[in-house]
Design a protein. Sequence first.
Length: 302
Amino acid sequence: MDRLETLQLFTRIVETGSFSRAADVLDMPRPTATYAIQQLEARLGVRLLERTTRQVRPTLDGQAFYERCVHILSDLEDAESSLKNIASNPRGTLRVDMATTHATHIVLPRIDDFRSRYPNIDLVISSGDRLVDLVREGVDCVIRAGTPRDSTLVARQLASMPQVICASPEYLAFFGVPHDPSELSNHQVVKFFSSGTGIDDTLELIVDGKLNRFALGGWMAVNDAENYVVSALRGCGMIQLPRFHVEDALRTGRLVEILGEWRSPDLPLSALYPYRRQLSRRVRVFIDWLGDVYKDTFGELA
């Protein structure tokens, strides 16, 4: 392993707090990673990492060395990106996390186009709605709906997604159809929860030009977008979500739009990535490509 690869390994160990996770991210055997760091410490004549049974942490010397490594690697990547060949043909592995709905319905149906443009980039796509620790888990960027809350990340908005409030015909037959937002207090919602936002039991509508939030009761709570829709289909309550996710169900009558005379606020969708990786050409071209995909799907950003 050359010095550059050793520096990359060392920074990933510090960021993930684990030899095993860093080795997995860099696709190398754990013993190779251990030996490389031992050789690095021997060459420098200092201990860089404190190892415990649960976590690996940098020593004071290790933290100072890590900060220098981050600058060195960022400068190197910037220098490589300035070369025309590298800039036009980025290569390597890109790790992305996005909601299953977006992966299945929007991104993956066109992923062959990305591959044809950038044949030297290998993609690792994980899906879910949980909060991801990008640095610790070795993820390069995530695609998330809602207003970004982590100020340590760079955010680029990709789309504003029109939303709809809807419920199943069975639910409406039992509870009645609300004809005015004031009638929502007599209804139930399917609640949505996540580690980042807690439990959300509200519906939002723009009434007389102002955003109004309506907190409703409900007996079902889920943390996955697909289960959110399935719960509504089974009559568990009303839901509010991007229209594209339920377009087929609305068209076939399995779900019915509610209070369509009042506009639901659009839901922003953003790509988020660690600040120090903003020069990564792989991240940059993928987000640019996503921008075109979402523009085709939802139109230009206002």
